[in-house]
Design a protein around this ligand. Structure first.
Ligand code: 9MR
Length: 368
């Protein structure tokens, strides 16, 4: 039995410069991937093929800190089938090769999403009869099959709930719903299961953790959908909780806990799949204050998720702020919301995640 101290020491790596009382000294930075793995969990980040193959500090940090990779956009339909009928897998192959040579687990994201569609997949094409069988199903099947045995968890469908559409079951109105009816989600899972029988198949969704009414509706619709799929014998194995946290929202631990209990009670696994913190357009306070606030937000929400025995792991949406979607999209151009800042220095969130993993109960890891 390893002591906690010895175990943390075993997970220490890249020296970083720390300051104490004016003295600078090198102290090793815990590797989040190793800390997670010790508990039967995974920690990783969304990456691109360029990021993992570059000869730079960010690539080294990814290799050092992550035990898992997920392609941020290169395995989406629009990236792979830019030209109709010609599926191009080179950049995903690069990511898979980098993960394998680095001993990293892979999440796949995503086989079916209403966004980042191929440029030729306009309303007329997607609305044509036969679109599912001729266009959508082959993409799902071929992609899942190509990486069978390599990709451990697939986000089979992404963001299929949207209560704002006012559908009685809360499903988002998408071209897939129009072309196939309400069975399209089940069909996507059956295709993925046939193509990659060993992969753990997930539904991935955002806005499931805060107390606000829209998120309560989303939780209710998601739970009902999962219940229906399971009752129908659909091979769904887990729920991906995107967890794009936002400063200033209301969190109610007991409501979130009840939701996760309900999902796990259906026999499903859980993963935190896209963790980051959005500070909003005008974050208050100095850097240390902002980092503390962001880390506290992460702790507050993740402490509840870590209570779940079915939690399999955590992925942050990028590892460092310089390339974060929150910045790149312009939502919050100097956002600090990840374990590393734009200079690759660890933030308070890094220490919080390290602590959460160190305190976590041991998982069997069998289901991840
Ligand atoms: O971060 C991703 C960005 O690079 C892509 O251009 C975009 C469209 O494919 O998708 C972003 O990732 C999204 C993810 O796939 C689903 N959840 C929301 C993410 C954006 O925050």
């Amino acid at each position: 039995m390893t002591s906690r101290r010895a175990f943390i020491a075993g997970a220490l790596s890249a020296p970083v410069l720390m300051r104490l009382g004016g003295l600078a000294f090198a102290a090793p930075l815990p590797r989040l991937g190793d800390l997670a793995k010790q508990k039967g969990l995974f920690f990783g980040a969304a990456i691109t093929s360029e990021q993992v193959t570059a000869a730079d500090g960010y690539a080294a940090l990814l290799a050092d800190q992550c035990g898992a990779y997920v392609a941020e956009w290169e395995s989406k339909w629009g990236a792979i089938e830019w030209v109709r009928g010609h599926r191009e897998y080179d950049s995903v192959d690069t990511i898979v090769a980098a993960a394998k040579s680095g001993g990293k687990m892979l999440r796949g994201h995503t086989l079916l999403w209403h966004f980042q569609l191929p440029p030729w997949a306009d309303d007329a094409v997607l609305g044509s009869s036969g679109a599912w069988d001729e266009l959508v199903a082959p993409f799902i099947f071929e992609t899942a099959k190509r990486y069978a045995g390599d990709i451990a968890q697939w986000d089979v469908v992404n963001e299929v709930i949207e209560p704002e559409w006012q559908e009685p079951d809360g499903l988002r109105v998408t071209p897939f719903l129009a072309m196939r009816g309400r069975g399209y989600i089940a069909d996507a899972f059956h295709l993925a299961a046939a193509a990659a029988p060993d992969a753990r198949l997930y539904i991935n969704e955002y806005d499931l953790c805060y107390a606000e009414d829209d998120q309560e509706k989303r939780r209710a619709a998601m739970l009902a959908l999962l219940e229906r799929l399971i009752a129908d014998g659909v091979p769904v194995h887990g729920l991906g909780l995107q967890t794009h946290l936002k400063i200033g929202r209301t969190f109610d631990a007991s409501r979130y806990r009840a939701f996760l209990d309900d999902v796990a009670g259906l026999g499903l696994d859980l993963a935190i799949t896209e963790l980051d913190v959005g500070e909003g357009p005008d974050p208050k306070g100095d850097t240390a204050t902002r980092d503390r606030r962001n880390a506290d937000e992460v702790r507050k929400v993740l402490e509840v998720a870590f209570e779940q025995k079915r939690l399999t792991g955590i992925v942050t949406w990028s590892l460092g702020d310089a390339v974060s979607y929150t910045r790149v999209s312009g939502e919050s151009p100097d956002n600090r919301g990840l374990p590393f800042d734009e200079f690759l220095a660890p933030t308070a969130m890094h220490a919080t995640l390290a602590d959460l993993f160190a305190q976590a109960d041991q998982r069997s890891a069998a289901s991840s």
